[in-house]
Design a protein around this ligand. Structure first.
Ligand code: ZN
Length: 579
């Protein structure tokens, strides 16, 4: 069984048309709306047919757990076939959901969306970290825990050729099915341009090919440059950390279901889902004085968060990703100025990609919160003051802040008019307490610093997905994994073409030479498919004059260009990050 739970402000749905003949009868007509609820999108699977009672028990237990964590008593069970490609027969699925409704009904208010119908729905998902969770479970799981010993023997035994063939077939099955994707989908562009791929053996994780990694590395380097000159330090903290740390940070209680847990020398560890706790330990590694503040510390940390693999969508929803996190430790007096500096960085970086802000939100104190009202008054006001001082239009989301502090979210608009939330600035009143962070003030007394968490890209992987579709794969020269493609008209042009290649390589450009004995038309078409910035066509005339014929991406041609001119112009284009 696979479920996706959404803690929602509301869901509104309507049955439109039967999906198959035996769809549920006597259903409610018209729109149904449920407010403040936990929506459980559910796909019952083939393997659940084995033991319906056991799967219902697990299903109910999971829902109860999540409902308790988000404290709601309103449940919406929503059949959702799209979560799985191995669905059970409809009869079992309907039975599971009705049975669960009955059991949950004893304690909760339960609404069940009709089974076997095409439905439309509108949902508003809340913004807290637990508002969106996914789970997968089956009856087999419990069996394999009891009979776990058997598994090891199988692994140690030599594989037969038949078993090898079977495994090979399984790992080759991850070819991209492009039939349902738009042309400019980053998964298609990534395949055409040989940037990245995905394989079922690592759900939600990216296989970076050489050219995709070039883009990722350049974006990382750009981030580093901006932050270095803005006074940031950079750190790197371990990938797996003892349970103790996560108990202290609160993740073990609130976020455990989404963490990968492992063990080592009989101690429990978690693979980090966030960089913050590691960052706190670096702060604590030495005593701090007011002279050290503001302390701006960044970490491009690789984090892992468990999500349901069935709902993953290329780079847009990943289990493993690089978060461009940073923590600012400062005094209350420095708070406004620091928030202002972060906004400047966010603005500068997105302008480079020609991405505009769609809207900006300030989220204020929620009902469940830590810290006194005076502290919230101060922190909310501080964030608001900065936005006003910078003449930034913003909307206020009353009550949508985290329990530990208010935040500002930045929503971007891309070339396809879609909006994306990437950057956030979040104030944290909890971690300094939890980790007992202090600094020595001017008067010699110990004080707590204020912490700001902030990301600009958010997840670099997701940002690359957005950028790829925003640009339709037409990366500007500073980012393009192949900036120049040299194509030869005949074999006589090869020696000169090789000279050009060497010269461009020496100047740190990314260049490829196509010296195959194919037709010029074909070679140019392929170079265009690759979306290179410039195609240099080399024939007899160019060899004789030692000049270049340059074709840009719009198809404009320039002839008799000297090598020095071409190099100087391309350098300028790269340095200025021209779009
Ligand atoms: Zn953080």
């Amino acid at each position: 069984m696979k479920i996706l739970t959404i803690h929602a402000d509301f869901i509104e749905f309507e049955a439109k048309k039967k999906a198959f003949k035996n769809a549920e009868e006597n259903i409610k007509e018209g729109k149904e709306r449920v407010e403040e609820c936990l929506v459980v999108f559910t796909a019952v699977e083939k393997r659940d047919e084995e033991n319906v009672k056991a799967i219902v028990d697990k299903y109910v237990q999971e829902i109860k757990n999540i409902a308790q964590q988000v404290s709601t008593t309103n449940i919406v069970l929503y059949p959702y076939a799209h979560l799985s490609s191995a669905l059970s027969n409809p009869k079992t699925a309907e039975e599971v959901m009705k049975e669960a409704q009955k059991i949950l009904g004893e304690k909760y208010k339960v609404t069940r969306a009709p089974f076997g119908w095409y439905k439309s729905f509108d949902i508003s998902c809340k913004g807290h970290p637990l508002s969106e969770l996914s789970r997968e479970f089956s009856v087999e799981e419990s069996k394999s825990i009891d009979g776990g010993k058997g598994t090891k023997e199988v692994v140690e035994k030599e594989l037969t050729q038949e078993e090898i063939n079977h495994l090979l077939k399984q790992i080759s099955r991850s070819r991209l099915d492009t039939s349902k994707l738009k042309d400019n989908d980053h998964r298609i562009i990534g395949k055409d341009m040989d940037l990245w791929s995905f394989n079922e053996v690592a759900p939600g994780m990216v296989f970076w090919h050489d050219k995709g990694l070039i883009i990722k590395n350049i974006l990382t380097e750009y981030w580093r440059n901006v932050h270095r000159r803005s006074g940031y330090q950079e750190i790197s903290t371990p990938q797996i950390l003892d349970k103790k740390l996560w108990l202290l940070s609160g993740h073990w209680a609130k976020y455990k279901e989404n963490m990968f847990i492992t063990d080592y020398e009989k101690r429990e560890f978690a693979v980090k889902p966030m960089n913050c706790p590691g960052g706190m330990l670096v702060y604590k590694a030495s005593s701090k004085s007011y002279r050290d503040l503001p302390l701006r510390v960044g970490e491009l940390g690789l984090v892992h968060r468990q999500e349901l693999s069935g709902v993953l969508a290329g780079l847009f929803r990943v289990i493993q990703f690089t978060q461009d996190d940073a923590h600012i430790f400062c005094t209350e007096d420095q708070l406004e100025e620091e928030v202002g500096y972060i906004i400047d960085i966010i603005k500068e970086m997105f302008a480079t990609f020609n991405l505009e802000f769609h809207h900006i939100e300030l989220s204020t104190r929620p009902e469940k919160k830590i810290g006194s009202d005076e502290v919230w008054d101060f922190t909310e006001k501080a964030l608001e003051n900065v936005l006003k001082k910078k003449n930034i239009d913003f909307q206020v989301n009353e009550g949508d802040g985290a329990f530990y502090g208010p935040k500002i979210d930045f929503h971007l608009k891309d070339s396809l008019d879609r909006t994306w939330q990437c950057s956030t600035i979040q104030l944290d009143m909890s971690l300094p307490e939890r980790f007992d962070l202090t600094y020595n003030d001017k008067d010699g007394g110990e004080k707590r610093p204020v912490i700001l968490h902030r990301v600009v890209y958010g997840a670099i992987e997701r940002f690359i997905g957005i950028l790829t579709e925003h640009l339709s794969g037409k990366f500007p020269a500073w980012l393009n994994p192949t900036q120049v493609k040299i194509v030869t008209i005949n074999d006589d042009a090869l020696p000169f073409a090789k000279d050009i290649e060497t010269k461009l390589n020496e100047n740190n450009f990314r260049v490829e030479l196509d010296g195959r004995a194919e037709s010029l038309g074909k070679k140019i078409r392929e170079a265009q498919m690759q979306k290179v910035n410039y195609i240099l066509t080399i024939g007899d005339k160019e060899v004789e004059k030692r000049t270049l014929a340059v074709r840009d991406r719009i198809g404009q041609n320039k002839f008799d260009v000297s090598m020095d001119t071409f190099i100087a112009e391309l350098k300028e284009e790269v340095v200025s990050k021209k779009l």
